[in-house]
Design a binder for this molecule. Structure first.
Ligand code: GTP
Ligand code: ZN
Length: 396
């Protein structure tokens, strides 16, 4: 069964019942190879977060928890020193780097030194030996770039799918880092502080190391994070300990998340923001979108970056999610964007007859102006409205 066919909670319960405590890896492999559903796509969860936030701690925690998944791990890293340190951290027994090793709970670990695509391609040659991939990025990585790989590479896209992006925030330094990002506004457009970018892209944000800060500091950090990303879930953790259903099988990027996404989009908190830092805006407009015009709208935002706010600054979208109603399509369509890549995918959900069709968008980024975006959507994307006029706020 596809993991997405049941809710995570149910799935956990199901597993808890029929999962033996120790499964020899050989037996499991044979079983998997015989399964007709081997063509099933493997989920990938990206674990990101600034240097030292607790990513590897989270990895180790997931690997040692009972979850009945065979998990492969990729460490997407560069520096030599930390590579050794991390392979030790993951293997916990000091086994050879790039070796496969099995843990008691059936996890398969493979630490891969190559960054990017090659690591995953190599890993996929071992297909059938694992059913989940965890990918830890370096603390300085832009998770958007990593996430994008899965969309660009068509071959890979047929074998794996991006399940979600988890961002671990270091409580102690998080506030400093994120505030610093607010203060460095004079950076040229596009150079957004990596720490806030990692928060902006997250489907789940773990505020980790809460043992190191006061309640007051924690509240402040939570507010800051919420103001950057109004869509992702936030949890507070120590030693990155978190119920696995909160980090695995999120289906944050695919059609299966249609139902929960719809609910979620209704509850996005758009905290008012006075400065120019990253923020979340959301709007909803009833009607049907013309697919071609919707593409132009998105491309202007993500590719051309030529949509301006009231201060004449160009808007920069880092993350985009939405549920839209496309003209002539009975199904609800989900819109996903990370950086310059985006995707429109039909969900299994149909619009109910006689009920209003609507379009709900959430954008996370910089210089975003909700009213302008909404108006632009109404005038350029909806089927009933007048065509675009030259007075629209497009940068030269
Ligand atoms: N006090 C405290 N320390 C923690 C907690 N979680 C992790 N640490 C420690 O923080 C340090 C960094 O944790 P890692 O998991 O290696 O962090 P990382 O994000 O993987 O680090 P890099 O890969 O180097 O960027 C380790 O010494 C952990 O033991 C926590 O909740 N509280
Ligand atoms: Zn690490």
């Amino acid at each position: 069964m596809l993991p997405g066919n049941v809710t995570v909670g149910e799935e956990e319960e199901e597993y808890a019942e029929d999962c033996p405590e120790l499964v020899p890896i050989e037996a499991k492999t044979t079983e998997a190879e015989e399964k007709p559903g081997l063509g099933v796509k493997i989920p990938v969860t990206i674990i990101t977060g600034y240097l030292g936030a607790g990513k590897t701690t989270l990895l180790n925690y997931i690997l040692t928890e009972q979850h009945c998944k065979r998990i492969a791990v990729i460490l997407n890293e560069f520096g030599e020193g930390s590579a050794v340190e991390k392979s030790l951290a993951v293997s916990q027994g000091g086994e050879l780097y790039e070796e496969w090793l099995e843990l008691g709970n059936g996890c398969l670990c493979c630490s891969v030194k190559d960054s990017g695509l090659r690591a995953i391609e190599n890993l996929m040659q071992k297909k059938g030996k694992f059913d989940y991939i965890l990918l830890e990025t370096t603390g300085l990585a832009d998770p958007g770039a990593v996430a994008s790989m899965f969309w660009v590479d068509a071959d890979l896209g047929s074998e794996i799918y991006l399940d979600g992006i988890i961002t671990v925030v270091d409580s102690k330094y998080g506030l400093k880092l994120l505030d610093a990002a607010h203060l460095t506004e004079e950076k040229p457009d596009g150079l957004i502080n990596e720490a806030s970018r990692q928060v902006a892209l997250a489907d789940m944000i773990l505020i980790n190391k809460t043992d190191l800060i006061s309640e007051e500091e924690l509240n402040k950090l939570r507010t800051t994070i919420r103001s950057i990303n109004g869509l992702g879930n936030i949890l507070e953790t120590q030693r990155s300990r978190v119920d696995l259903s909160n980090v695995l099988d999120l289906h944050a990027f695919d059609g299966l998340s249609g139902i929960s996404l719809q609910k979620k989009l209704q509850h996005v908190s758009a905290v008012p923001h006075l400065d120019q830092s990253i923020l979340t805006v959301t709007f909803e407009v009833p009607g049907n979108a013309k697919e071609e015009s919707l593409n132009v709208f998105i491309q202007n935002l993500l590719w051309e970056k030529n949509v301006r706010n009231k201060e004449e600054r160009c808007m920069e979208v880092i993350r985009l999610k939405g549920l839209v109603s496309l003209k002539d399509k009975p199904q609800q369509v989900i819109l996903q964007g990370v950086h310059e890549l985006y995707d429109l995918e039909e969900t299994p959900l149909s619009w109910k007859e006689n009920s209003e069709r609507t379009n709900r968008l959430v954008l996370i980024g910089r210089n975003l102006d909700k009213d302008i975006l909404r108006q632009l959507f109404i005038t350029t994307v909806l089927e009933t409205e007048e065509p675009w006029t030259s007075a629209d706020p497009i940068c030269p």
